[in-house]
Design a protein around this ligand. Structure first.
Ligand code: NAP
Ligand code: FER
Length: 340
C-alpha cells in the first residue's frame, strides 16, 4: 500500500475547566512525517483511551509532561511499521508504543515493543497484555500483597484494570468483592469473571454492603476511584489492611483537588498502610508478568472484555465516556482496518 501524503490527528484545542468535553479536542489533517536514520514510521491500528490522559490535559505537569495547546494528544497504541530506518525493526512488524491520537507517527524507541500477532489479538497489547493488565498485576501482587483467604476489594471493577485485579486475586485464593456502577457490570464480574460479590455504588448502601460482603473487614483495597468509595472502605478496614492507590477517577475532572488523605484515624487501630504506585515502576519486570498473564489467559483463568470506538474522529466522544462510566471493558479505538 503506498504511503498517503497526509494523515489525521487530534490535538488539544483547549484545557478542560472541570469535566472534559469533545470541544477540548480538534481534528486536523497534516503531512505524514518522514523518519530520519534510526527512526521508524508506524501506521496505527488500535489506539488505547485511558483515564491518565485527562491529567495530561491540565496546565500542570506531574510524573510526565502535560500536553500543550495545539499539541497532539498522547496515547499508547498498536500499529504496523511501514518505514524502518532502524536495524531492530522491519517493515510489517507490529509494535506497541506511544503512537498518539493520530494515524501515523514516529514513536520514541525507549518504550516501543514488538508484539507477535500470532500469539494474541493485537488489541490485547493495549489491555490485558499491556499497560492496564500490568497495572493490575503489579498493583495487586507487589503493592496489595494479597494472601490466600484474605478479602480483596476493587473499585471500577468491570474496567480494564479492575476486572484483571479481581481475577488475579481469585487465582491467589482470595475472596473478591467488586464495586461497579451498574447492575450489568456487577452481574458480569460475578457471573462471568467469578468475583464472590459486587456492590453497585450507585444504588447500594456502601457501608452496609461492605459489612455484608467483607464481614471480617477489607484486607486489600485496590483503589481506582477515590471519593465516597474510599471513605467507605476506610471505615471497614481489617487489621493490617493494605490500600494500593492506583487511581482516583472520581476526582480527575474536579476543578480543585479534594482534601486528602481523609479518615486517617481508621489507620491507627487497623495499622493499615496505603501506597501509591505507577505501572512503569515495574517496567523491568513486565516480560515475566506478561508470560504469566498469557498463561492464565490460555488456561481460561483470565478473561477480558473490550469496548470499541470506531474511527479516530470518534476518539474524543469515546474518551468522555470513560468519566461517565459508559465504557464497559477496555476502551479502544479502531484507527486502521486491521484493528482485530
Ligand atoms: P476503566 O475502569 O476501564 O474505566 C473507567 C471506569 O471508572 C468507568 O467505566 C466507571 O466505571 C469508573 N468511573 C468513572 N467515573 C467515575 C466516578 N466519578 N465515580 C466512580 N467511578 C467512576 O479504566 P481503567 O483504564 O481500568 O483505569 C482504572 C483506574 O486505574 C483509573 O483510576 C486509572 O487512572 C488508574 N490507572 C493507574 C495506573 C497507574 O500506573 N497507577 C495505570 C493505569 C490505570 P463504573 O461504571 O463502575 O463507575
Ligand atoms: C493514571 C492516573 C494517574 C496513571 C498515572 C497517573 C499511568 C499519575 C498521576 C500523576 O502523576 O499525578 O491512570 O496511569
Amino acid at each position: 500500500m503506498p504511503l498517503p501524503k497526509t494523515h489525521r490527528r487530534i490535538v488539544l484545542a483547549s484545557r478542560p475547566d472541570g469535566m472534559v468535553s469533545i470541544d477540548n479536542f480538534r481534528l486536523e489533517e497534516v503531512e505524514v512525517p518522514e523518519p530520519l536514520p534510526g527512526q521508524v514510521l508506524v501506521r496505527q491500528a488500535v489506539m488505547s483511551l485511558d483515564p491518565y490522559m485527562r491529567g495530561r490535559m491540565n496546565s500542570v505537569a506531574t510524573y510526565a509532561p502535560n500536553i500543550q495547546i495545539g499539541e497532539v494528544m498522547t496515547a499508547g497504541g498498536v500499529g504496523e511499521v511501514v518505514v524502518s530506518l532502524h536495524p531492530d525493526f522491519n517493515v510489517g512488524d507490529f509494535v506497541e508504543g506511544t503512537l498518539g491520537w493520530q494515524e501515523y507517527s514516529i514513536p520514541g524507541l525507549q518504550r516501543l515493543r514488538k508484539i507477535d500477532p500470532s500469539l494474541a489479538p493485537i488489541s490485547t497489547a493495549n489491555g490485558v497484555l499491556g499497560m492496564p493488565g500490568m497495572t493490575a498485576y503489579f498493583g495487586l501482587l507487589h503493592v496489595g500483597e494479597p494472601k490466600p483467604g484474605e478479602t480483596v476489594v476493587v473499585s471500577a471493577a468491570s474496567g480494564a484494570v479492575g476486572a484483571i485485579v479481581g481475577q488475579i486475586a481469585k487465582i491467589m485464593g482470595c475472596r473478591v468483592v467488586g464495586i461497579a456502577g451498574s447492575e450489568a457490570k456487577c452481574h458480569y464480574v460475578v457471573e462471568e469473571l467469578g468475583f464472590d460479590a459486587c456492590i453497585n455504588y450507585k444504588t447500594d448502601n456502601l457501608d452496609a454492603a461492605l459489612k455484608e460482603h467483607a464481614s471480617r473487614g477489607v484486607d486489600v483495597y485496590f483503589e481506582n476511584v477515590g471519593g465516597k468509595i474510599y471513605d467507605a472502605i476506610t471505615r471497614n478496614l481489617a487489621i493490617g489492611a493494605r490500600i494500593a492507590v492506583c487511581g482516583g477517577i472520581a476526582e480527575y475532572n474536579l476543578p480543585e483537588p479534594e482534601l486528602v488523605p481523609r479518615n486517617t484515624r481508621f489507620f491507627i487501630p487497623t495499622r493499615a498502610r496505603m501506597q501509591g504506585f505507577l505501572v512503569y515502576d515495574f517496567y523491568h519486570l513486565w516480560p515475566e508478568a506478561l508470560k504469566r498473564m498469557s498463561g492464565w489467559i490460555l488456561e481460561g483463568r483470565i478473561k477480558y472484555r473490550e469496548d470499541w470506538v470506531n474511527g479516530l474522529e470518534n476518539a474524543p466522544a469515546g474518551f468522555v465516556r470513560l468519566f461517565e462510566g459508559e465504557n464497559f471493558g477496555k476502551l479502544l479505538v479502531r484507527v486502521g482496518p486491521d484493528s482485530n
